[in-house]
Design a protein around this ligand. Structure first.
Ligand SMILES: [Mg+2]
Length: 399
């Protein structure tokens, strides 16, 4: 089998309601932007993937990846992984380009990818990752409904205007629901998205104070309490705590960086993402480094259902992954249904709060072609017969 063409489509799905993620203060996110990747082969099979990015990723794929993938055997994943790593020197991270390779290989083998990789389980517990800052009573209502819907764990954001207002949100959830739900807190301090309204930056002292408070309330983990390269600060914080775990890694890149995080004792839980941090199979190596150090891996995922499914296969195929992130902010523009609107049907949890793996070849992506076509803004295609990159079409977003 060889790769004969790569087509990328920039798709901008409008969000039906307001969505104000905590990590980009003061900004309403009006749409879900992704790049759909289709990798054609001489067998007729097509590998699917997606980037959690827009036009910049599509252009970079055409320039820095497609010329080196065309004509190659998609089974040579370890050779092609070096193309992705080199591409990051020149443009945005393109680790997502390993996903269509494995989708092709799974389809060729007529097996789901997680089974090719040694399936530890065929469903994975999720935690519901909320995204907005909400008043304590409102968030307690949200969590009560989420628990009724089957979620066993919920992640909250700490980004209130006054940091003193963050802790009462956890207190309100505990007061309403006791310990029936695991509570996770994300501080999003590892990397800062340029916001319109400034960022609430924590220092080591604040991270230690909040950590002690959360430990007292039995919170499961504190995510990204400090910048992603503050290895000493993270290690000291982790060592100062007893039951509260420290998690992070979604903004770190490359196997070598995750090894450093493990060696420096920064985290109890690593959170790489198959669209942002490393190739989806390379993340198995991250998981192995973590396993040897008795560190857990809980993949980060955000942005779109294709990424959710790719990370889910990784989660099901490694022994040290207790759960996976499931982005869903109730009563907002970014629900699970909005996240998965490029799929024929949104992913949903079972009665035990777990996400089942699809029993389909490859990653099991079933695309809503009509919807994707409607909201496509740009299409690029490179093929063996026309190896020059070319923009096939561009049009303004349809709202
Ligand atoms: Mg996070």
């Amino acid at each position: 089998m060889i790769i004969t063409a790569i087509r990328t489509r920039v798709v901008e799905f409008p969000l039906a309601r307001s969505f104000q993620p905590a990590w980009a203060r003061g900004r309403n996110q009006p749409s879900l932007v992704m790049v759909l990747i289709e990798m054609q082969s001489d067998t007729g099979l097509v590998g699917i993937g997606a980037a959690h990015a827009g036009l910049e990723a599509a252009i970079s794929i055409e320039r820095f990846v497609a010329p080196y993938y065309l004509g190659r055997d998609p089974a040579q994943v370890e050779q092609l992984a070096s193309v992705m790593r080199d591409a990051e020197i020149l443009g945005p991270p393109l680790y997502c380009m390993e996903i269509p390779l494995w989708d092709l290989l799974g389809k060729a083998a007529a097996m789901p990818v997680f089974r090719l990789w040694g399936a530890c389980r065929d469903r994975v517990p999720v935690y519901c990752a909320t995204a907005e800052v909400r008043e304590p009573a409102v968030r307690a209502d949200d969590v009560e409904r989420l628990v009724a819907a089957g979620y066993r764990a919920v992640k909250l954001r700490f980004h209130a205007d006054d940091p003193k207002d963050d802790v009462p949100v956890v207190e309100a959830v505990r007061a309403r629901l006791g310990k029936v739900v695991d509570v996770i807190v994300d501080a999003n301090q590892a990397g800062v998205e340029p916001g319109l309204d400034g960022h609430r930056v924590w220092g080591r002292r604040r991270a230690a104070e909040i950590g002690a408070e959360l430990e007292r309330m039995g919170v499961l983990w504190l995510e990204e309490p400090l910048p992603r390269h503050d290895h000493d600060g993270l290690r000291r914080l982790r060592e100062s705590l007893d039951t509260l775990k420290i998690a992070g890694g979604e903004d770190n890149h490359g196997l070598h960086e995750f090894r450093l995080l493990v060696d420096r004792g920064c985290y109890d839980i690593l959170q790489p993402d198959a669209l942002l941090s490393e190739g989806v199979f390379q993340m198995r190596k991250v998981a192995a480094v973590a396993e040897a150090a008795r560190v857990e891996i809980v993949p980060h995922t955000w942005g779109n259902g294709i990424g959710m499914l790719a990370n889910l296969h990784l989660a099901a195929a490694v022994p040290n992954c207790p759960q996976i992130e499931f982005p869903h902010e109730p009563d907002s523009g970014f629900t699970a249904a909005a996240r998965d609107q490029m799929l024929v049907r949104p992913l949903s949890i079972d009665a035990d709060g777990c996400l089942p793996l699809p029993d389909l070849p490859g990653f099991g992506f079933e695309l809503d072609e009509e919807r994707i076509e409607r909201y496509t803004t740009h299409t690029f295609e490179t093929s063996l017969s026309s190896s020059d990159e070319r923009l096939v079409s561009a049009r303004h977003p349809v709202n």
